[in-house]
Design a protein around this ligand. Structure first.
Ligand code: PLP
Length: 380
């Protein structure tokens, strides 16, 4: 099987897997324990916080370790407004984009039930948040704006810098779901250069483990805990820290950032080769998103072919693992991609959608094999 679904989850680097095992074996003690074993574990935990602060160019106390990207997004969307409310902030307006991952959009829905007003920013036909509309929508009543760094289905890079600036003009907090942006584009290893208050990261997207997530939260941003319990993470996120996952996530982050440029060059070539193969073989495809605004590791395609109902299954039967958009929705292949619908595609057109995504461990040999397979596949 040629694995081209790295945007859903990526295989671990060998050293990440080895270190996960070593840290679990040698540093299993609870980092909150007072004995020496606990202190040794705590030292490793705090060193990881320092290393993440360095990776993102922020302060160590601005890093909170969570269990996943989803948890980090939940914290930002729920706990910043609650934290602000607790401090007497009267604003209730939360602005998100119409193409957010469910970790953000369903958290916003939850906040709607809590009495907050939720406004969705539309996207253009190329999948980019509409800045003109944003200028009209974001105002002095806005408490929080949340727009993702890179869309997980189309790979389109969003105008986070411009939107964060707009939010700051009105003193609103700005969160970005950077799960698909880290180690893909430059902005997300220098958060100080973006006018943002929080950002969510998920290591299993860059060859790290599941069971760990990272939330950057700018010093001074109001936040209450989502999980209450003991005083872990400086009282901001209760639950004994998952040290093997946090340590190997840190290592994966460092390796991925170091290799980012080289990998993006490689992905650009893979991208061209795969897209050209579809065209050369006569597949009726449409590449989604504008090349200039899309990360190199994701190809989003619409394929016109009424004979094939489930493209993911069809490609899988032929030896290539791809996805029909978000992994969370890939079993629902009869449901049109909500992202394409938000981009203005009809329900019918949004059905025939596939996502091919490369990872740090994807090799030229695998791509050559994928090309051969695509060439040999029946188009009906
Ligand atoms: C853009 C985006 N945000 C959030 C998430 C959720 O992250 P996790 O799988 O770590 O919960 C994902 C995962 O698919 C994602 O792609």
């Amino acid at each position: 099987m040629i694995y081209l679904d790295n945007a859903a989850s990526s295989p671990p680097y060998k050293e990440v897997l080895d270190e996960y095992y070593r840290i679990w074996r040698d540093f299993f003690a609870n980092p909150s324990s007072a004995h020496n074993e606990g202190k040794r574990a705590k030292e490793i935990l705090e060193d990881c916080r320092l290393r993440w602060a360095k990776l993102l160019n922020v302060k160590p106390n601005e890093i909170i370790f969570t269990s996943s990207g989803t948890e980090a997004d939940n914290m930002a969307i729920k706990c910043i407004p609650w934290g602000a409310l607790k401090k007497g902030d009267k604003r209730k307006k939360i602005v998100i984009s119409s193409i957010e991952h469910k970790a953000v959009s369903n958290s916003a829905k939850f906040m709607k039930d809590q009495g907050f007003e939720i406004i969705e920013l539309p996207v253009t036909h190329s999948g980019y948040v509409d800045l003109e509309v944003a200028e009209k929508v974001i105002d002095e009543r806005t408490l929080l704006v949340s727009v993702m760094a890179v869309n997980n289905e189309t790979g389109v890079i969003q105008p986070v810098k411009e939107l964060a600036k707009l939010a700051k003009k009105y003193n609103a907090y700005f969160h970005t779901d950077a799960v698909q942006g880290f180690a893909k584009i430059d902005d997300y290893h220098n958060l100080s250069g973006l006018d943002i208050d929080s950002a969510a990261f998920a290591p299993h997207k860059f060859n790290g483990p599941r069971g760990a997530g990272i939330l950057y939260i700018k010093e001074g941003t109001p936040i209450v805990p989502l999980l209450t319990g003991a005083g872990h993470e400086d009282g901001r996120r209760a639950g004994t820290e998952n040290l093997p996952a946090i340590f190997s996530a840190t290592l994966a982050g460092e390796i991925s950032l170091k290799m980012m440029k080289e990998m993006n060059n490689k992905f650009r070539e893979y991208r061209k080769l795969i897209i050209n193969t579809f065209y050369e073989c006569g597949w009726n495809i449409e590449v989604i998103g504008n090349d200039a605004l899309t990360i190199d590791s994701i190809i989003a395609l619409r394929i016109e072919n009424p004979e094939i109902i489930n493209f993911v299954e069809y490609f899988s039967e032929n030896g290539i693992a791809i996805s029909s958009g978000s992994a969370c929705a890939s079993s629902e292949y009869k449901i049109p991609s909500p992202i394409l619908v938000a981009m203005g595609y009809s329900q019918d057109k949004a059905l025939n959608f596939i996502r091919i995504s490369f990872g740090f461990l994807t090799t030229q040999d695998e791509i050559n094999k994928a090309v051969d397979i695509i060439k040999s596949m029946k188009k009906f």
